[in-house]
Write a protein that binds this ligand. Structure first.
Ligand SMILES: NC(=O)c1ccc[n+]([C@@H]2O[C@H](COP(=O)([O-])OP(=O)(O)OC[C@H]3O[C@@H](n4cnc5c(N)ncnc54)[C@H](O)[C@@H]3O)[C@@H](O)[C@H]2O)c1
Length: 331
């Protein structure tokens, strides 16, 4: 199939493009490169354009015989969304609406959407299943929930089929070390710990809070390997072959790790580094976020197979490789 991958130059989207190509599909990346990278688009064409430009979105459907869409394109920094909510609503909600209109016009009816655990806000219970109330606590989470709602209504009104995959904390990198997580700024724990271990001149990594209601006082999160997420996307795409409207699935390992445990796992792989220091809590960080992926297991047949060790070792291998390439280029 020809799959339009919106956001295919980004972290998770580029891994998906590689996986699609391996499965015999053609990934067509549509990306404005606002946070993604041209070097990460290796497995199909890149259309450099913006979802906020409806004419450009319509054009890609005329130029390529697209069978289905995977939509990763979004702004996804919680802090930035608090500072600039308009940027998030326009990009993540209006961008999705433009995509849905172009799909409808082109009669493309299958969509796999990247959603997030942030749609739930502060959890009332864990593990969090799909029956948990959605109550986002920041504009990023709201923008994703609103995009989901638009998709659901288009499915109902226009006989489209969509799976919304709500990832918990994506981590890890391509097993071959060809691509990995390269955000700037980086807000995710594992790449920040690894960067600091590789280059101690960046200073100690800040750990926000050690007085949470968790066994060691640091926040607990569910880390899901990016390649397990790609598996889920392929299974979700297969599931859209049968009519089914809109469904949302939570994707995580179902196992929480505290920040202190992740730090220890990184230190075990990085010769003792990195340095870390405890600072005050960040407002709005829940104590614990752990997914129940029972619905994805039963409806899609999805089972994650990579653990925290695999998240750390694949990310480390990729960061070592990319930092030695940068050093080679600058020396
Ligand atoms: N990384 C995580 O832990 C995580 C967790 C939950 C959900 N998600 C969601 O998964 C998706 C992918 O996340 P990521 O970490 O790969 O992000 P990323 O920033 O690496 O990738 C997003 C890509 O979308 C592109 N993009 C953004 N706005 C665009 C627009 N208007 N038009 C065209 N291209 C645009 C960016 O240039 C980038 O290449 C996002 O939707 C994010 O909200 C990520």
């Amino acid at each position: 199939m020809n799959i339009l991958v919106c956001g295919g130059a980004g972290y998770i989207g580029s891994h998906m493009c590689k996986r699609l190509a391996r499965a015999g599909h053609v990934p067509i990346t549509f990306d404005n490169l606002s946070t993604g990278h041209e070097w990460a688009v290796k497995w199909g064409p890149l259309v450099r354009a913006d979802l906020l430009d409806p004419a450009a979105v319509a054009k890609v459907f005329r130029e390529f015989p697209i069978d289905a869409v995977m939509h990763f394109a979004a702004r996804s920094l919680v802090g930035e969304s608090m500072q600039n909510p308009g940027l998030y609503f326009r990009n993540n909600v209006t961008g999705t609406l433009n995509l849905l209109d172009a799909m409808r016009e082109a009669k493309v009816d299958k969509l796999v959407f990247s959603s997030t655990a942030a749609v739930f806000g502060n959890p009332l219970y864990t593990p969090i299943d799909e029956a948990h109330a959605c109550a986002p606590i920041n504009p990023y989470g709201w923008s994703k929930l609103m995009a989901e709602r638009h998709i659901e209504e288009y499915c109902r009104a226009h006989q489209m089929r969509a799976a919304s995959l709500r990832y918990f904390n994506a981590a890890g990198a391509d097993a071959d070390g060809e691509i990995g997580e390269a955000h700037e700024p980086e807000t995710h724990l594992i790449p920040n710990l690894i960067r600091a271990a590789i280059d101690p001149s960046t200073g100690p990594v800040k750990i926000f809070g050690n007085d949470y209601e968790t066994p060691d006082g640091t926040c607990v999160r569910d880390y899901i390997h990016v390649e397990d997420l790609c598996d889920a996307h392929l299974l979700a795409l297969d599931s859209l072959a049968s009519p089914g409207g809109f469904r949302a699935f939570n994707l995580g390992c179902g196992q929480g790790y505290s920040v202190a445990e992740v730090l220890a796992a990184c230190r075990a792989q990085c010769n003792g580094g990195p340095e870390a220091e405890f600072v005050d809590r960040r407002p709005g960080d829940p104590d614990s976020l752990v997914a129940s992926s029972v619905a994805a297991a039963s409806a899609l047949g999805w089972k994650p197979s990579r653990d925290l060790y695999s998240c750390v070792t694949t990310a480390l291998a990729w960061h070592r490789r990319s930092s030695s390439q940068v050093q080679g280029e600058t020396s």
